[in-house]
Design a protein around this ligand. Structure first.
Ligand code: PLP
Length: 371
């Protein structure tokens, strides 16, 4: 079945007694045990598993064409669970513009246990020179945050396979509807479901999907169940509800993202537009091959510096000045000041999350702010 259909039906585990058409919210933390000690209902204790999380995980595994999925209480814990599953002393390769929250985790929480090289993974030829005896994983993020760089997942998967390395992909900006890294050879896909999957800026969550239920996945499942950074049944219900419209929301985000990129590219106050849908973007060809749409995220450089960029952001009326992305409402932010003093993000960069408002209203807002 296609994504639109899976999104609506994959997780609908019909309740056998009350016969609900949509899944109810099961708040119970504990489940009845049979006379023989078994759990014929399939659940024992809700940190280990519960009906709402099981439904969300099943939907995500099917949408990402994987063998299994683990849902977490945030995107950060989803990623952290992968790093925790690696043997201490492991070396990994990650993108030089890796999502700053993960960079911070690796440099603080894992500073003594994981060795890391941040390199430009948009050039797969650089990988060979950085592989060490203890290298175990390549982590990619595409499109990347906030520069919208595109990494060739299939090309890196081939290198990873030939060197016996795990390939993990942060696919948050694409959502499962625009890109399926497992189908391109990745072992693990990571999403912050806080973003497009939730889509309404009202639930925090993260998901991992695996290509195979292998030894690494056993470790990750154990970290989820025993570590306990799990989403509540209500969070899982909200995410499952949101996923039903994901494919249609993504079409709107892509349409508005593209239209904004084309408008901003021509504006005299704008120095550069980073959007993989533009033919001038260096990753455009790769994006066309591995994505079915270019998404709703774009960044622009304003002529001038931080002050000019902040002035534009402050003048926006419809776009809310806030961090995060992927919701129905359009957001805008001066990125460098969110990331802190050691950021490499250009000071004149503005990150935009195109929402689902009418495009004419979004362009009119930029027209007045850039004037
Ligand atoms: C937001 C985000 C994360 C972290 O997810 P949280 O849900 O905020 O913990 C990771 N990667 C990318 C690309 C993100 O945008």
């Amino acid at each position: 079945m296609r994504a639109e259909t899976l999104a609506i039906h994959a997780g609908n585990l019909y309740e056998p007694h009350t016969k609900d058409v949509t899944a109810p919210i099961n708040l119970s933390t504990t489940f009845l045990r049979d006379a023989d000690g078994g759990y014929s209902g399939g659940h024992m204790y809700s940190r280990m598993s519960n009906p709402n999380r099981a439904a969300l995980e099943k939907t995500m595994a099917e949408l990402e064409k994987g063998a299994d999925a683990c849902a977490f209480s945030s995107g950060n814990t989803a990623g952290m669970s992968v790093f925790q599953a690696l043997k201490p002393g492991s070396h990994i390769l990650a993108p030089d513009d890796m999502y700053w929250g993960f960079k911070r985790q690796l440099q603080s929480i894992f500073a003594d246990t994981i060795e890391i090289d941040f390199i430009d993974l948009t050039n797969p030829d650089l990988i060979g020179g950085h592989i060490r005896k203890n290298t175990v994983m390549i982590w990619v993020e595409t499109p990347s945050n906030p520069l919208l760089k595109i990494t060739d997942i299939a090309a890196i998967a081939q290198i990873a396979r030939s060197k016996g390395l795990i390939l993990a992909c942060d696919s948050t900006f694409a959502s499962p509807c625009l890109q399926n890294p497992i189908a391109l050879g990745a072992n693990i896909v990571m999403h912050s479901s806080t973003k497009y999957i939730g889509g309404h800026s009202d639930v925090l969550g993260g998901v991992l999907v695996t290509a195979e239920k292998d030894e690494l996945w056993e470790k990750i499942r154990n970290i989820q169940q025993v570590g306990g950074a799990v989403p509540s049944p209500f969070d899982c219900f909200l995410l499952s509800r949101s996923i039903k419209t994901l494919a249609y929301r993504m079409r709107g985000h892509c349409e508005n993202g593209m239209a904004l990129a084309l408008y901003l590219e021509k504006h005299p106050v704008v120095e550069a537009v980073f959007y993989p849908g533009l033919p001038t973007h260096p990753g455009h060809e790769t994006a066309r091959q591995q994505m079915t749409g270019f998404g709703g995220m774009l960044s622009i450089l304003i002529k001038g510096g931080a002050d000019e960029a902040r002035r534009v952001v402050n003048k926006m009326k419809l776009f809310a000045q806030a961090t995060s992305l992927g919701g129905v409402e359009s957001l805008i932010e001066h990125r460098a000041s969110i990331e802190g003093p050691d950021t490499k993000t250009p000071q004149n960069l503005i990150r935009i999350s195109a929402g689902l408002e009418h495009i004419d209203d979004l362009i009119a807002d930029f027209e007045q702010a850039l004037s």
